[in-house]
Design a protein around this ligand. Structure first.
Ligand code: SAH
Length: 217
């Protein structure tokens, strides 16, 4: 598909930013990234006109592109600083990866569904985002590139996988929706030596994490 990002798309993004601000997003770097990344590039042609609504949408293979508010909130909770090494689990459409990459981090992202991995990798590279994409079970992390400053789960986990916590730097943060398959609490965990400092940040609904540390069926 040929990409076009014209004044109409930019205008829709501006009003999306106002919606995000009204919902409580304040981090300027996050808002700037959300205003810069053309979300419609990550949409199927048939759904293009929905690209700037604050809603999640199907991306095929039973998966979804997260709601903009959710992407913004997770990005804000990560408390990103330029140059950080970040791992995302659940590449999906690649949209969240593009946002983090726009925030100037060194991003590693892992997806378990092969067609989604291939499409997101191709889209991200074609759009010029410098993201390292991997195919595999992200519930086990990405040991050969650990440790990470930040780890983000974009699929619902029954609990924080131990392997992921191990792959976090001391002082690092992990953000993940934890709960049952329907509703999860957004959890932010700080690694302090072997201790975990846990905060809760509201209720969300994600697709389930699969794999060894995810849901079995
Ligand atoms: N971050 C995505 C949201 C994707 S939805 C975006 O911005 O579009 C969650 C994704 O997690 C799905 O694509 C799903 O296939 C993937 N996923 C689920 N379990 C996984 C696992 N164990 N390892 C890697 N990816 C996983």
């Amino acid at each position: 598909m040929l990409f076009k990002d014209d004044y109409k798309h930019k205008g829709l993004r501006k009003s999306l930013i106002n919606t995000l601000k009204a919902k409580g997003i304040t981090n300027e770097i996050v808002l700037y990234a959300m205003e810069s990344v053309p979300r419609h590039y990550f949409f199927d042609d048939a759904l293009l006109h929905h690209a700037y609504e604050d809603k999640a949408f199907p991306i095929g293979n039973g998966q979804t592109i997260s709601q903009p508010y959710t992407v913004a909130r997770q990005s804000e909770l990560l408390d990103i600083k330029e140059g950080m090494k970040v791992l995302e689990i659940g590449t999906g459409s690649g949209y969240q990866a593009a946002i983090l990459s726009q925030m100037k981090v060194r991003l590693f992202t892992i997806e378990t569904v092969e067609p989604l991995y291939k499409k997101a990798k191709a889209d991200l590279h074609r759009l010029g985002y410098n993201v390292r994409c991997y195919l595999g079970d992200g519930s086990l992390g990405l040991k050969r590139y650990a440790p990470f400053d930040r780890i983000l789960l974009t699929a619902a986990a029954p609990k924080i996988p131990d392997m992921l916590f191990e792959q976090l730097k001391d002082g690092g943060l992990l953000v993940a929706p934890v709960g049952d398959k329907k509703t999860q609490t957004m959890v932010r965990v700080k690694k302090h030596g072997h201790e975990r400092i846990t905060e809760k940040h509201g209720l969300f609904a994600f697709v389930p994490l699969t794999g060894k540390e995810g849901w079995k069926n």
